[in-house]
Design a protein around this ligand. Sequence first.
Ligand code: NAP
Length: 363
Amino acid sequence: MDEIEAMKSAIKAAYEGKPFVSPNPPVGCVILDSKGRLLSSGYHKKYGGPHAEVEALKGLSNEQLSGAHVIVTLEPCAHEGKTPSCAKNLAKLPIAKVTYGLVDPNPLVAGQGAQILKKAGKEVVEFKGLKEELEELAEEFLMNHRNKKIFTALKVATSLDGQMAMKTGESQWITGEKAREYAHYLRACYDAVLVGAGTIKTDDPSLNVRHPEVQKENRVVVLDADGTMLDSFNSLKISKAHKPENIFWCTSEKSKVKNSGQIHVLKIKMRGESFDQDHLLNQLWENGIRSLLIEGGVETLGHFIREKTAHRLYLFVAPHLMGAGGAQSWTKFLSLSSMKERISLHHMRTQKMGEDLLITAKF
Ligand SMILES: NC(=O)c1ccc[n+]([C@@H]2O[C@H](COP(=O)([O-])OP(=O)(O)OC[C@H]3O[C@@H](n4cnc5c(N)ncnc54)[C@H](OP(=O)(O)O)[C@@H]3O)[C@@H](O)[C@H]2O)c1
């Protein structure tokens, strides 16, 4: 197996753990023997659990590891946290080389993991290829540490002509089963799903993770400036689908809403008719949320785009037309007056999902 194949395989393994590791990064590791043959692979399976390197090393003898090459998606950690330092652990073994994908931006690591290994006489190389794939794998963690910001992704299902709901509000279901199943995997990969009160009112969604292979309790954020939907909280599906402590209801600091049960009610400062975006995101950060999957509706998506606080788009496109005359475009709340103001996305990728298409790109 060559180094590129090994790194691709480590990235693939890391995605297995992605729903369960936050606020840690998803990490994958592959070990090749001195002749370049695959010895093992492993990934970080859950927050607080063994790191990818430890998982990959399980069951391997010093004899097998003599002259081995460890390929890992992120620089081995230098510090002792919930688990011992991976760099120190690797330094003691008879391996010859460590190739890592990205420098860990965590100041407790940031180059120090590589230093420990170099000092122990290992060949240490930062991998030059697959940077886009490596960055995408750990983009939430990288944003949290490099920019001290919550990573936000917009998830939208539209028709071929860009419509996400009829004017009546009807929108179920636009995409097919495969796309919807993948959307549930995405829910699991983010710390919380966020929707506006309009979506709660029209769709009464559960917003939980229903996936054949991924079981996870997730958190939900609802934007409801005047708090009207909170009055009927007990009759909503989300009140049954989630533990109260996993629900965050964001209302205007001026609203007089009463707390229904033990859910978190966050009072957010207003800027005109809209939430102050910095205050909203700070409040969510204070409550331990490091990544958000924003699932709509139209107004909420528009808000995140206008405020330039969206980092990734997942656009599921179904092969039918809903017609702009009777439907609502997903960018209805975005009003630009010239071509020079258009918003460019980059690193666009497409993937077929049953009959539908998933387009993902970075803002
Ligand atoms: N196709 C899809 O992927 C998809 C996904 C989700 C929803 N939908 C559809 O989208 C439609 C709902 O969209 P919508 O635009 O009516 O509703 P929405 O965006 O879900 O909710 C709008 C409400 O959320 C609150 N809100 C959102 N952003 C805010 C901000 N920045 N500041 C303050 N309050 C904020 C406000 O609550 P207050 O009223 O309390 O002020 C506002 O009235 C439905 O038809 C639904 O079926 C489609």
